[in-house]
Design a protein around this ligand. Sequence first.
Ligand code: SAH
Length: 245
Amino acid sequence: MFLRRPLIFILFLTLAATGGTASAGDDYAAERRLLMEEIRFDVNLTAGLTGRKTFHGNVLDAMNRVERHLFVPLLLRPYAYSNRPLPIGYGQTISQPYIVALMTDLLDPEAGQTALEIGTGSGYQAAVLAELGMRVFTMEIIEALAESAKSRLEKLGYSSVTARWGDGYDGWVEHAPFDAIVVTAAADHIPPPLVAQLKAGGRMIIPVGARFMTQQLVLVEKDAQGGVTTRQILPVSFVPFTRAH
Ligand code: SAH
């Protein structure tokens, strides 16, 4: 009888401790934590290519707070925490979580910085950047996806994300320059307007290569004097970057 109380108390404490990372009623918290472990494993495996043995601690913490199952079609929810891309309609995909983590980490994100994303898709990558405390501007060329991502992000309370429909090739001049730019569709070249909208000291990550083939993830860095260098990170496979005209 008097043993039972401490047990209940411990159970309560455990629930309170784990509840901090996910919203109440989130049945996927355990799956999400396993996914973060899987990503850590992949980070280690690819360290030789990426040059990063571990990612900034806050990147995986941020991803652990984003409920990926709310960014995929209802029927695919059971697969939301597998480490792979999933279809989101209109021939587009939500990227593989490891790739989202890698692209985010390569931006060296810091709270208070401004980020531009080209290719909103589901809104997942934008939510991860917002969880890191960034002010996010995101553009999507497919109107239906732009609208659904915008309302999803609003509903989930991501007030630091501004989303709009449009061709991201020319960037978003009104809010430039950006500390970080992330392009989540494969382009055959790096759009010069995006390089121009990068701050001195800023970083851009973009898959570059031919459509429907393997591309290279490229890190673009602008130094304090405005000099630009590029570095290939690793082979990836993204949906194509398309143009409005
Ligand atoms: N970041 C997304 C992944 C989206 S896939 C997520 O987290 O879910 C890439 C997206 O880029 C697609 O939705 C595609 O329609 C969009 N896209 C392709 N070319 C574009 C362009 N020129 N401007 C804006 N979006 C573009």
